[in-house]
Design a protein around this ligand. Sequence first.
Ligand SMILES: O=c1ccn([C@@H]2O[C@H](COP(=O)(O)OP(=O)(O)O[C@H]3O[C@H](CO)[C@@H](O)[C@H](O)[C@H]3O)[C@@H](O)[C@H]2O)c(=O)[nH]1
Length: 351
Amino acid sequence: MSEKIAPADTCVLVTGGAGFIGSHTVVELLQDGYQVVIVDDLSNASARVLDRIATIVGEQAAANLTFYEADVNDRETLTKIFDAHHIDRVIHFAGFKAVGQSVSMPIEYYANNIGSTLTLVDVMRVHGCTSIIFSSSATVYGDPDSLPLTEASPKKPATNPYGWTKWMIEQILTDLNTADPEWNVVLLRYFNPIGAHPSGLMGEDPKGIPNNLVPYVAQTAIGKLDAVHVFGDDYDTPDGTGVRDYIHVCDLATGHASALAWMNGRTGVEVFNLGTGRGTSVLEIIHAFGRACGKEIPYVIEARRAGDVTSNYADCSKAKAQMGWKARYDIDDMCHDSWRWQSTNPDGYEG
Ligand SMILES: O=c1ccn([C@@H]2O[C@H](COP(=O)(O)OP(=O)(O)O[C@H]3O[C@H](CO)[C@@H](O)[C@H](O)[C@H]3O)[C@@H](O)[C@H]2O)c(=O)[nH]1
């Protein structure tokens, strides 16, 4: 059994803590009273998110946050950070995440995502820290045989290097626990994170033209893009468009807080799906976003995108039964919050 400690005495290292899911999770942890250390190289994030975090949580909680601009793969710097703080638990978000880019840059994806994880867990081991929550993905289920997906559903071969890095890091962390049962590993498989902080101060800030549906819809809604390209309307779904389990980023953040509390005092490897359990089609998203912003979103039907699955959605009963966690926000909430963020920060954090 690992040591059981109260949030105020627990220091959590959050890699990638300035990113979309990371920053929302950091807010949740500070509000719960944890001490938080962020390591982020800002390759896909802005330092301005730190002021936004401080505004949301207030001065007192913000005093428990330390930020390092550093690459997780930089062993020397990471070692200094572990020497300077007594890190009790790690939440590992940092990594490249663009599916299409991973196909054209496999070496960079494997070196960055796998390399930094190996460096991280080795530095953790040297410092006697053996508790880690990893940002995994529903992508490890591949093209599902049956729905909803439970944690017992088989892992399938990934369709791109990004997916393989998630797949392999799950395996690496599982092997660590086999070698040393003191390791306390939680693999959180996210479905499709969207939405933004209800304050409008934090949200998703993709660089360039967005790859993912909701940021693309949001930028179409403010007129930066002409129309949403719907990738296929001939799928075997109620309206022919792809179905996904979209989850509000603040629900994901509470999922991490629940996992931290749950893993306290345990060892072993546990997997949890984080989704809502509801599937929503591309057209349903476009219409919900239109309601949120008060105007119709133009769209055109295109060919299917290579590598896309027809449908996926989660069975989240394990997270509810074991951690007491469940998603609270629905699609309309997610679209309203995305729209609030997009319309008040049209150029993201750098605007
Ligand atoms: O411009 C767009 C973008 C997407 N889609 C469709 O919208 C749905 C959702 O696509 P997207 O937002 O790109 O998410 P996914 O492809 O489902 O992938 C997300 O969800 C995976 C987990 O299931 C994660 O691994 C990935 O990182 C994350 O991008 C799919 O049916 C797409 O075909 C469009 O029609 N037009």
